[in-house]
Design a protein around this ligand. Structure first.
Ligand SMILES: [Zn+2]
Length: 303
């Protein structure tokens, strides 16, 4: 069965929109790529699901969204980037850090992320400057933090659910999914109230995905009492878009002096993509070429 799927739709005669994701496979792929601990799988997994949903709702093919969770927990920074169709990549500064379970037996995501800090969302829409929004973390559980972000920073009242289920013994991801519900302009209050009557059903998404149910069947159950219309299906994935050219530009940007030191001292450079772990090797000849393209201050030399 397809375990990477996004479904978009409208509720209550177009008064609200929703995006829902089964990202079970993409969270598994992130876990394997980065050797994520169980708590890191839950935290980065939730953020990847959210970032994929935001990306899936962007208008243009070249739009990207970057989300950064910088809390005071043990994770360091959590960084995700989403692009066309809900494709997403991400990493944690401390991917292998594990924390003891909470007293209720659940993973301590708040302890890992931190209950205070900042959530930053950068939307690059191809304009001169990206749109940068920021808010303080209010929970460290991630879904609440994004809901707060949408409401406070983007003036977009939102319901956010994110859930990653893992086997207690080995951390195998059995189900990972999320839902984002947002009001459309001029949404009547009674439509919001009607949707709120099914809010307590939304967390069944995580448990039912873990039980192997399909996303569409689960959504049918959650939205049963509402007027619902499905509008779009997408295939998200954990996927990196790094290229050698991008890393060449990074090397050029360190400037001539640093490049000269690198050439003289090491004679080569090996760069690893933070998002996917792919290694890129630059030999002396390649570095000399980049040196010629670089300027003293890190800009690219204009001919
Ligand atoms: Zn990469």
């Amino acid at each position: 069965m397809e375990r990477n799927l996004i479904i978009h739709g409208m509720l209550e005669n177009n008064a609200l929109r929703f995006a829902a994701i089964d990202g079970t496979q993409l969270v598994r792929d992130a876990q394997k790529t980065h050797g994520l601990s169980r708590v890191a799988t839950a935290a980065l997994g939730r953020q990847l699901l959210m970032t994929s949903l935001i990306a899936s709702l962007m208008k243009n093919k070249t739009d990207t969204v970057t989300t950064v969770l910088a809390g005071n927990g043990s994770s360091g920074n959590l960084v995700c980037v989403g692009r066309e169709g809900g494709l997403v990549k991400g990493y944690a500064t401390n991917p292998e850090t594990e924390l003891p379970l909470r007293s209720d037996g659940k993973l301590d995501v708040r302890g890992y992320v931190g209950a205070s800090g900042k959530l930053t969302v950068i939307r690059d829409l191809g304009l001169k400057e990206p749109y940068v929004g920021m808010c303080n973390l209010i929970s460290g559980e991630i879904a609440e933090d994004f809901a707060q972000y949408f409401t406070a920073s983007e003036q977009q009242p939102s319901i956010v659910y994110l859930g990653v289920h893992e086997n207690a013994a080995d951390g195998f991801v059995t189900g990972a999914g999320g839902i984002l519900i947002q009001t459309m302009p001029n949404c009547p209050d009674e439509s919001v109230e009607h949707v709120m009557t099914i809010a307590n059903r939304i967390p069944t998404l995580g448990t039912r995905l873990a039980a192997g149910d399909s996303l569409e069947a689960i959504l049918n159950g959650i939205f049963e009492a509402l007027d619902v219309a499905y509008t779009n299906r997408l295939s998200p994935a954990f996927s990196c878009d790094c290229t050698k050219e991008r890393l060449e530009r990074a090397l050029i940007s360190i400037g001539r002096k640093e490049l000269r030191d690198l050439i003289d001292q090491d004679g080569k450079a090996e760069l690893t993509c933070q998002f996917c772990g792919k290694k890129y090797l630059f030999d002396r000849e390649a570095l000399e070429t980049l040196y010629l393209e670089a300027t003293d201050n890190g800009g690219i030399h204009e001919e």
